[in-house]
Design a protein around this ligand. Structure first.
Ligand code: IMP
Length: 183
């Protein structure tokens, strides 16, 4: 499909690359303070968290023993509304028992994905499970899932860029954009 066939278009920059980078540095500092002298398995939820996680881990200093892993869950497919169905399609490679797990997500919308992952990881008897989420849309929340390290709270608008996509598009953009339907 060429970009002409997409029914959505970029509207305006909601969060600039500079603002994102500043906040990511602050989050990394918080994480570093919390885990100094410890090992953490930073586990990104693919594909949306890949770019955020790459920036985040590079700002955590050597006082933390950072390991990286990834997990993939089925979520929206090509639609912009939640199906409510969440399942693991690629599990992490690390054995989670007795480990400090830091789950990294791009955005919390309904909260179903994080609630589900929280349950799965808790059942694996880790030392700790915490969550780091770049964006939260509180208006859309369906389940009460706590975020330990949160980047920004945003309004209920569909956003792309910095890892987030619409039908696979726009993940590579350094800023976060709001998208609107083409008229
Ligand atoms: P939740 O389970 O409803 O919290 O959905 C989380 C997932 O929905 C995220 O990891 C994204 O893949 C997707 N998602 C939710 N809102 C947006 C958005 O505004 N832009 C891009 N993806 C979104």
């Amino acid at each position: 499909m060429s970009s002409d066939e997409c029914d959505y278009k970029l509207d305006y920059i909601m969060l600039s690359s500079d603002a994102i980078q500043r906040r990511v540095s602050e989050l990394a500092m918080e994480i570093e303070r919390e885990y100094r002298g410890k090992e953490i398995i930073v586990t990104g939820v693919l594909k949306g968290a890949a770019i955020f996680m790459a920036d985040l881990v590079r700002r955590i200093g050597p006082s933390v023993d950072v390991r990286m892993d990834f997990i993939a869950v089925s979520s929206y497919g090509d639609l912009s509304t939640s199906s409510g169905v969440v399942k693991i399609v690629k599990d992490m490679d690390t054995y989670a028992e007795d480990k400090n797990i830091l789950l990294v997500e791009d955005i919390m919308d309904t909260g179903l994905t994080l609630a589900y992952l929280g349950e799965i990881f808790t059942a694996r008897a880790p030392k700790s499970v915490r969550t780091c989420v770049l964006l939260e849309k509180p208006d859309r929340k369906k389940v009460d899932t706590a975020i330990d390290y949160k980047g920004f709270t945003i309004a209920d608008e569909f956003v792309v860029g910095y890892g987030l996509d619409y039908a696979g598009r726009w993940r590579h953009l350094p800023d976060i954009w709001n998208v609107i339907e083409k008229k």
